[in-house]
Design a protein around this ligand. Structure first.
Ligand code: BG6
Length: 464
């Protein structure tokens, strides 16, 4: 692969500065991008390539040698709602890129309501043809706003592109420790017989953030935590933890197994209120947020998976903005070893716990009981800790770096297939309708501790 074109719509957005530009830069300096790679950054703002780079300089964190990116990057101003602009874009690409491209990537880093218009624009202008073998169209999450809109978008996309050209991105699938779940689960004999309701007491999926919604008020106020985090990243985490072993990890069989789990997931039973929603204090004063908005910035869900393996095991999902720390992790608590309990002092034996730390400090810890040093036979919990990032030579690859390489190579396995999206929207829509979310009272919170206390009181489960 030699000649590659990236065309990124939404190039003046948060994601571009926070993730895409740094990822492309790291790939470039590691010589991982094909020799002739061009990045066309599309936005509505009145920039030249030079002034765009000047502006990006102050927005992108970390060390970037802008001369290196400047060599491969072009800014292109256009109105994405104007169909004529796509024909002119086509001419611009022809003038600035190799005549025979090996891969053409169109990255839609915009709000989902722009997906149809951009898809139509690039298709009508002949920038992408169905099954042309070289084009890939990347859709940032969320794909849709609910099941109905997602279906409409999908039908439209299928009109313009073949499923093999559609890449619905969920950057969690590019994270090292999310990929590591497959290895931990399926390469270790010790877990095989107990990875079910006989061995596991509960599973917690935790994604906490300290930041608020930053400058994303317009998008976030329409989305909320359920659509922004649960429908995508948390569904992926649950499905990898709970799926049956796939025959292969690098084929569609992996995605088949993931869908089966999401299909069986429900917030159980909704009439028992297995859901808490909250909004951080000060949210209503954020830019582009409705003054009377009841958008949730925090969600706690007690869910269940209705199949033989997981019957009776609660899956707790917790996510929110402006919480006490930035942390994504999965906590698997094993059932107690009741016969051993009788032999030692009450309360001295802890349940085994496996923690998969997605970020920060990527790694794994496993809690076991051991004898305390000394003459007595007293027991104490010991944590065995594995630091994944410490093992890496240089920095760990960022999620977007890996996924960008997959896009170039045309590998869709680490992207979400339509049926995964469909099932996860069903789960979210179900919660929204059956729990009467609109009427449900939002807890206005100032600290995470207030929320954790309520969860402990009402559900008897502790969240650190
Ligand atoms: C994005 C959400 O998909 O994921 C953001 O839109 C959220 O609201 C982000 O902050 C979290 O990603 P990470 O990689 O920082 O855990």
């Amino acid at each position: 692969m030699k000649h590659v074109l990236f065309t990124i719509f939404g190039a003046t957005g948060n994601l571009m500065y926070k993730k895409l530009l740094p990822a492309l830069y790291h790939l470039k300096i590691q010589n991982r991008l094909p020799e002739d790679t061009k990045i066309i950054c599309i936005g509505r703002k009145d920039f030249t390539t030079e002034s765009y780079i000047e502006d990006a300089r102050s927005r992108v964190n970390g060390n970037v040698n802008w001369d290196v990116l400047g060599d491969i990057l072009l800014y292109y101003k256009m109105e994405i709602t104007n169909s004529n602009d796509y024909t002119i874009l086509n001419e611009y690409i022809n003038q600035n890129c190799a005549p025979q491209l090996d891969a053409k990537i169109f990255y839609l880093s915009t709000a989902p309501n722009f997906f149809p218009i951009i898809a139509k624009g690039i298709s009508d202008a002949g920038l992408v043809s169905k099954n042309d073998g070289i084009s890939r169209v990347i859709f940032e999450k969320p794909f849709g706003e609910d099941l109905t809109s997602a279906k409409t978008y999908n039908e439209l996309m299928n009109r313009y592109f073949d499923e093999s050209q559609i890449y619905r991105i969920d950057h969690y699938l590019g994270k090292e420790m999310i990929r590591n779940i497959l290895v931990v689960r399926f390469a270790n004999r010790v877990f095989e017989d107990i990875w079910n309701n006989k061995g596991i007491e509960s599973v917690k999926i935790i994604v906490k953030e300290t930041e608020g919604i930053l400058s994303r008020g317009e998008y976030y106020d329409a989305a909320g935590a359920l659509r922004d985090m649960v429908q995508s990243h948390m569904m992926q985490m649950i499905s990898l933890i709970a799926m049956e072993p796939p025959m292969n990890f690098d084929t569609d069989e992996l995605r088949d197994e993931k869908v089966k789990v999401i299909d069986k997931l429900s917030c159980c039973p909704i009439d028992l209120n297995n859901l808490i929603i909250g909004q951080y204090k000060g949210y209503l004063q954020e830019k582009n947020v409705k003054q009377d908005s009841n958008t949730e910035t925090f969600v706690f869900i007690k869910a269940k998976i209705d199949n033989e393996r997981w019957s009776g095991v609660p899956f707790y999902l917790i996510t929110g903005k402006k919480l006490d720390e930035k942390k994504s992790e999965i906590v698997i608590t094993f059932k107690d070893n009741s016969s051993a309990y009788k032999k030692w002092k009450p309360g001295s034996i802890m349940k085994n716990q496996l923690i998969i730390r997605v970020a920060p400090n990527d790694g794994i810890s496993f809690q076991i009981n051991t004898k305390l040093p000394g003459l007595q036979m007293d027991v104490a919990p010991t944590v065995m800790d594995y630091c994944h990032s410490c093992q890496a030579i240089g920095n760990l690859p960022e999620a977007y770096e890996r996924l960008i390489l997959d896009m170039i190579e045309g590998n869709t396995i680490q992207f979400t297939r339509w049926d995964e999206i469909e099932s996860s929207w069903k789960f979210i829509d179900d919660i929204k309708t059956k729990s009467n979310l609109e009427q449900k009272s939002l807890m206005v919170y100032e600290t995470y501790q207030e929320l954790a206390k309520i969860i402990e009181k009402e559900y008897g489960v502790k969240f650190e």
